[in-house]
Design a protein around this ligand. Structure first.
Ligand SMILES: *Cc1c(COP(=O)(O)O)cnc(C)c1O
Length: 333
């Protein structure tokens, strides 16, 4: 695996810090908890999509695109980070935002990520939930193409083999940091959604034979479906990197016990995790992804799945901007 072979725009703030969470580790009384700060990747407050977009937007540039499109939920972090990249690279950006929650509040529909989308100059249109959003996007892209625009479309979450390269790169970076400080990592835990993060990470770790298991906490799909989707993308990413067959189905672990009421609907345990990280470590999680990932990690520590003496790295995938879209979730509690 040699990532310099792939076009990339270097806009992320890398490497992101790897820090030990002393107060959280002590409060939970289990393993030593470390955090990989991919909430600090830069560009409009950062998050995990920045790493993917370094490769995706390089492809858009190579294609001569003057308009990028992507799709996601109303409070999509991926849409906001795409809008920021497009602004920086002087391209137009048009978003399709899916109303997955049905929330009517002003904050949900106009604050947080939506506010930043607009500030970055992106335009957007809404869709009701339940449609094939990538197909909807392609339809709109065709209309732009008929008007003479050069449109580059990015699938939801930036999760294709190009985007996953960003997380193969993260695997190299993280293992390098751990080696430099004699840190043996026993597990990596993170929230998994559109699958690019886990697929890229696992593929990168396998490519360097790091022997570190990755534990995905699903924010949407059931365990079997999530594991299959991650595996499919990991296999394709390995092909793209010239190391076909390095990822086995057993390398992909997803747990869907912490989804709660559905995608984008906060859970009590997730909100507690947000308060815990904020009060003990000064770190902001988000209500849709990282809080559910953290709630899963905390519960699995309490249940003894992750044990004292082990070292866990929680990959913080970002998203705290959406806290401002979820004000009512906190005032109600
Ligand atoms: C998109 C996202 C994820 C999930 O990453 P995938 O690559 O889509 O699986 C996790 N956390 C945050 C904050 C995200 O925006």
């Amino acid at each position: 695996m040699h990532l310099a072979r792939f076009p990339r725009v270097h806009l992320a703030h890398l490497p992101t810090p790897l820090e030990r969470l002393d107060r959280l580790s002590e409060a939970l009384g289990g393993p030593e908890i470390w955090i990989k700060r991919d909430d600090c990747t830069g560009l409009s407050t950062g998050g995990n999509k920045t790493r993917k977009l370094e490769f995706l937007m390089a492809e858009a540039l190579a294609w001569g695109a003057d308009l990028v499109m992507t799709q996601g939920a109303t409070q999509s972090n991926h849409a906001r980070q795409t809008a920021a990249f497009a602004a920086k690279l002087g391209m137009d950006c048009h978003l399709l935002l899916e109303d997955r929650t049905g929330y009517k509040e002003d904050n949900y529909n106009h604050n947080g990520n939506v506010l930043l989308d607009v500030l970055h100059g992106a335009t957007y249109e809404k869709r009701d939930t339940g449609l094939d959003m990538n197909a909807e996007m392609e339809e709109v892209a065709e209309r732009f193409r008929k008007d003479g625009r050069k449109v580059y479309t990015i699938p939801g979450g930036g999760s294709n083999t190009t985007g996953a390269l960003g997380y193969a790169n993260c695997a190299l970076e993280l293992v390098g940091q751990a080696n430099d400080r004699d840190l043996v990592i026993d597990h990596i835990v993170h929230a998994t959604g559109s699958t690019g993060t886990q697929a890229g990470l696992v593929t990168g770790l396998k490519a360097i034979n790091a022997q570190i298991p990755v534990y995905g906490i699903s924010v949407r799909a059931a365990k079997e479906a999530q594991e299959q989707n991650v595996f499919k993308l990991a296999e394709a990413t390995a092909d793209r990197l010239g190391c076909s067959g390095i990822v086995s189905a057993s390398d992909i672990v997803a747990n869907s016990d912490y989804v709660g009421g559905g995608y984008g609907i906060p859970t009590e345990d997730g909100l507690d995790a947000i308060r815990m990280f904020a009060k003990l470590e000064g770190i902001l999680l988000d209500p849709v992804y990282s809080s559910k990932g953290a709630a899963g990690m905390i519960d699995l520590i309490k249940k003894g799945h992750f044990k004292k003496g082990q070292r866990i790295v929680f990959l913080h995938t970002g998203g705290s901007v959406s806290l401002f879209g979820y004000l009512s979730a906190f005032s109600a509690a």
